[in-house]
Design a protein around this ligand. Structure first.
Ligand SMILES: NC(=O)c1ccc[n+]([C@@H]2O[C@H](COP(=O)([O-])OP(=O)(O)OC[C@H]3O[C@@H](n4cnc5c(N)ncnc54)[C@H](O)[C@@H]3O)[C@@H](O)[C@H]2O)c1
Length: 254
């Protein structure tokens, strides 16, 4: 018997899908039958993700989007709905943040860019996606948070604030739109090997220190986070909303 593909014919947007976790998640959605809009400010990276999906027999389109720009986000949502007959899943995953900044070290432009790219982007995506979903009788939103939104991390002030906001916004949307058929959950990754964390993985001493604090003793791969995002986006999690799933190798409970 052929196995059922979980997202057959469903229109899915993944932001930050030109790289890392977003790319892997987009590829896995497509493998499960989704019609994927690969949204990113990095046009070339988005094109490569689409190429990987189509080479794999999937369906995807690249959409150059600056997630901090309201008009661009509205166009991203409307374009996906038009191209693929609606919008079933929005995965807000793009981010930017400076490393190694306490509050006093953070410049105002760094603060604004972090909040805009990492938090306002989620607000904008939801703001424009929700009317489509309500009109269609429902939809699913999955936000990428971080363990840094739940516990303290050294010198990561703006990022922690933004990710804490993502977790709160996830609950707000779950509260306001549950009865309109919209579920909203978040996945909170711990240390995961992506281009963003490449400096950590090239610094053996730092990597050993960090992985030693993970109960499983190894860092995550993008597929580990992608599978949690797919679970939250799919019908298997139909009774879950407003939650943040931690996928962190056991860091937070230690
Ligand atoms: N890698 C980790 O250890 C880790 C841990 C916790 C949380 N996360 C979260 O996972 C998500 C993905 O991170 P990653 O590690 O894959 O990073 P990444 O750097 O590989 O990917 C981030 C993507 O966001 C895109 N982006 C940046 N600014 C944008 C903008 N203005 N508009 C549109 N796209 C933009 C980038 O072009 C890039 O493709 C992020 O939300 C991040 O906070 C990652």
């Amino acid at each position: 018997m052929a196995s059922r593909r979980r997202f057959e014919e469903r229109s899915v947007i993944v932001t930050g899908a030109a790289s890392g976790i977003g790319r892997e998640t987009a590829v896995r959605f497509a493998r499960e039958g989704a019609l994927v809009t690969v949204a990113d400010i990095d046009e070339e990276g988005a094109r490569q993700t689409v190429e990987a999906i189509t080479a794999d027999g999937g369906v995807a389109r690249a959409c150059r989007t600056d997630v901090t720009d309201p008009d661009a986000v509205q166009a991203m949502v409307d374009g996906a709905a038009e191209a693929y007959g609606g919008l079933h899943v929005l995965h807000n995953n793009a981010y930017w943040a400076p490393l190694g900044r306490t509050v006093a070290d953070t410049t105002l432009p760094e603060w604004d860019r972090t909040i805009d790219t990492t938090l306002k982007s989620v607000f904008l995506g939801c703001k424009y996606a929700i009317p489509h979903m309500v009109a269609a009788g429902g939809g699913v939103i999955v936000n990428t948070a971080s363990t840094a939104g739940l516990v303290a991390t050294p010198s990561f002030a703006a990022y922690m604030a933004a990710k804490g906001g993502v977790i709160a916004l996830t609950r707000s949307i779950a509260f306001d739109y549950g009865k309109e058929g919209i579920r909203c959950n978040a996945v909170a990754p711990g240390l995961t090997r992506t281009p963003a964390t490449d400096p950590v993985f090239r610094d053996q001493e730092r990597l050993d220190f960090l992985t030693d604090r993970l109960l499983l003793g190894y860092a995550g791969e993008p597929k580990d986070i992608a599978e949690a995002a797919l679970y939250l986006a799919g019908d298997e999690s139909r009774f879950m909303t407003g939650q943040t799933i931690v996928v962190d190798g056991g860091r937070l409970i230690a």
